[in-house]
Design a binder for this molecule. Structure first.
Ligand SMILES: O=C[C@H](O)COP(=O)(O)O
Length: 257
């Protein structure tokens, strides 16, 4: 099964109007000089989506490049939900991708598997392309529970949102202990977990499950991207810190062969 590699940045709570504009100009310029061989995207705080989306329609950045959100409300429609941003609103702002269930949402904001599943469904129903994040803590890894945790996180989403929601988007394996540390998981640690995820997706649907891209996230940088993305069942990367710099993000995209 051939899957088009995908590299997506996650700005987290970083950026500004000025840096959004500068990032897009620099990334565009680099891609113009030497096009990348992957699909790419950038998820930014929803407050900055409009700093990107009006500029994308007329002039594609790098083949397929889409901007997205970092989270979405599990609520649909409108209503008295102060502070929430719905999937429809994100689509209205031009978002394509939507990260759901990032470990920072799970651990800092108490998002359960069930809430994450509802969010994936809400994102998909709104026409967004959800990127479901899964991954284990260091304690869970040391207790030999990585497989169990990742399978549980995926099963929750499959039962509520269906495999179609993931087929429209992607799954990102992000071991919590590798996020923001500067030290990525080893290739011998990444590969088996991606195989477990692929197995679960294919068990749900052999064809659709085989087509879903599985990204790795956790301290991906220009220096390690090529080695990681070349692994079997690693179809790209979800990049945090290194995506803040357009040049570094471009170099990660360019590492896709
Ligand atoms: O979503 C991105 C991940 O949390 C990875 O972040 P990082 O590349 O800064 O380690």
């Amino acid at each position: 099964m051939s899957r088009i590699p995908l590299v997506v940045g996650n700005w987290k709570m970083n950026g500004s109007l000025a840096s959004s504009d500068a990032w897009l100009r620099e990334f565009r310029e680099l891609c113009r000089k030497d096009a990348v061989r992957c699909e790419s995207g950038l998820c930014v705080p929803s407050a900055y989506l409009l700093a990107f989306t009006p500029k994308l329609d007329s002039e594609p950045v790098a083949g397929e490049f889409h901007v997205g959100a970092e989270d979405v409300s599990d609520r649909v429609g409108t209503g008295a939900f102060t502070g929430e941003v719905s999937g429809d609103m994100l689509r209205d702002l031009g978002a394509w991708w939507c990260i759901v269930g990032h470990s920072e949402r799970r651990t800092l904001y108490g998002e359960t598997d069930e809430r994450v599943a509802e969010k994936v469904k809400a994102a998909y129903d709104a026409g967004l392309h959800p990127i479901l994040c899964v991954g284990e803590t260091l304690e869970e890894r040391n207790a030999g529970r990585t497989r169990e945790v990742v399978l549980r996180q995926i099963a929750a989403v499959l039962s509520v949102a269906g495999i179609e929601a993931l087929e429209a988007g992607a799954v990102a394996y992000e071991p919590l202990w590798a996020i923001g540390t500067g030290v990525a998981a080893g290739t011998d640690q990444i590969e088996p977990v991606h195989a477990v995820i692929r197995g679960a997706l294919e068990e749900a649907d052999p064809v659709k499950g085989g087509a879903i891209r599985i990204l790795y996230g956790g301290s991906v940088k220009p220096q390690n991207a090529a080695e990681i993305i070349a692994l079997p069942d690693v179809d790209g990367a979800l990049v945090g810190g290194a995506s803040l710099d357009a040049g570094n993000f471009y170099r990660i995209c360019a590492a896709v062969r």
